[in-house]
Design a protein around this ligand. Structure first.
Ligand code: KG4
Ligand code: ZN
Length: 335
């Protein structure tokens, strides 16, 4: 059997990334150019700035990916690209680069949904066993995705308002931390106590939807009231209280999800899957579900990267998914 070698692109937000993935589970090269520094002084991603950086970086990263993998265009089987969801201008850079290369070299073009990419990063740890459930937690998403088989994605729980990563970033901003704040809050949360006792929404409804906006607003109000009284909040304890509330919500809902869907594998994926408290909490929770195996996407592949797009692209390619040359960026795309 000949190997499938996929050149993959990811440019939906503030990382420009190109990777070459073999047979969906082996990274031959992975290039990531992060733009975080350029967005930090604005406290979040500035779409125009993101697009400009993607344009500057993308062809350099293709060259680097081929060089690192010691391959040429002739070795490639297909080109895969994130076409949504994300920032339209940012997505368009990856889509245009992927189309151009696929067309010029006579390669099939495979469209990939960003979240399918995040989940497929589990393939780099071990083969996914089905049925599988993914806890997909990132700056843009907080959802449970049920997969009865490898090319079936059904969202069975979703956030009603903010995504969990977004609430980390907004709470971080309130605390005066640089964007993105998830990693820093996670570190601080291991050092304090639950002084502020923050609210948890939708905890006992037996359903799989999330809500984080009340929690975020509670932190903003605490800060506002403290400022009015000229008082200082204990930021270590605030980070701890916030993370304890987040973990309580995520773990309670995951317990409910595993009772509802007794799957063979639980995958935790997305930028927030790098959270140490969440990883430890899931290890602990899964001792209650001995028939379900936990796969945590590796820390360096939890955030946005093109290797995960290569892994999802390989599955889509094998299932005959092909984009035509008029493939467009879809900012509001769902599965
Ligand atoms: O998946 P990702 O790179 O981009 C999106 O698709 O959104 O996720 C980025 C998000 C940011 O909100 C960031 O603050 C959060 O992941 N994040 C974390 C941690 N590391 C990154 N959140 C909590 N704890 C972490 N250790
Ligand atoms: Zn992402």
């Amino acid at each position: 059997m000949t190997d499938r070698i996929i050149l993959a692109f990811e440019s939906s937000a503030d990382e420009t990334s190109v990777a070459i993935v073999k047979n969906g589970n082996e990274i031959l090269s992975l290039e990531i150019a992060t733009q975080i520094k350029s967005h930090q002084r604005f406290g979040g991603i500035v779409p125009e700035v993101a697009s400009r950086h993607h344009i500057e970086q993308i062809t350099l990263l293709v060259d680097a990916a081929l060089t690192d993998a010691k391959l040429t265009y002739d070795d490639l089987t297909a080109v895969a690209v994130t076409y949504g969801p994300g920032l339209v201008g940012a997505l368009l850079i990856g889509v245009t680069a992927a189309k151009t290369i696929a067309w010029a070299h006579g390669l099939p073009l495979v469209p990939v949904v960003h979240m399918a990419g995040h989940i497929s990063a589990a393939q780099f740890v071990e083969p996914i066993q089905y049925p599988a459930l993914a806890l997909m937690v990132s700056g843009g998403h907080t959802e449970f995705v049920l997969m009865e088989s490898e090319y079936e994605y059904v969202v069975v729980g979703d956030t009603r308002d903010d995504a969990v990563g977004e609430s980390y970033d907004k709470v971080g901003r309130t605390m005066g931390l640089p964007y993105p704040a998830g990693k820093k809050i996670d570190e601080m949360a291991h050092q304090g106590t639950d002084e502020y006792k923050l609210p948890r929404a939708l905890m006992n409804d037996g359903k799989l939807d999330f809500s984080f906006s009340g929690l975020k607003s509670a932190v903003i109000n605490l800060k506002h009231n403290a400022d009015q009284r000229d008082e200082e909040l204990n930021l270590i304890n605030l980070a701890t209280s916030f993370q304890m509330a987040v973990l309580d919500i995520l773990l309670t809902k995951t317990r409910q999800a595993l009772k509802t869907y007794p799957v063979k594998m639980l995958i935790v994926a997305g930028g927030v899957a790098a959270n140490q408290g969440l990883r430890d909490g899931l290890d602990q929770l899964l001792t209650e579900f001995t028939h379900t195996r936990l796969v945590k996407v590796p820390l360096q592949l939890a955030g946005d990267n093109a290797a995960m797009i290569g892994a999802a692209g390989d599955i889509a390619y094998r299932h005959g998914e092909r984009a035509s040359w008029d493939l467009n960026a879809k900012p509001g795309l769902d599965f």
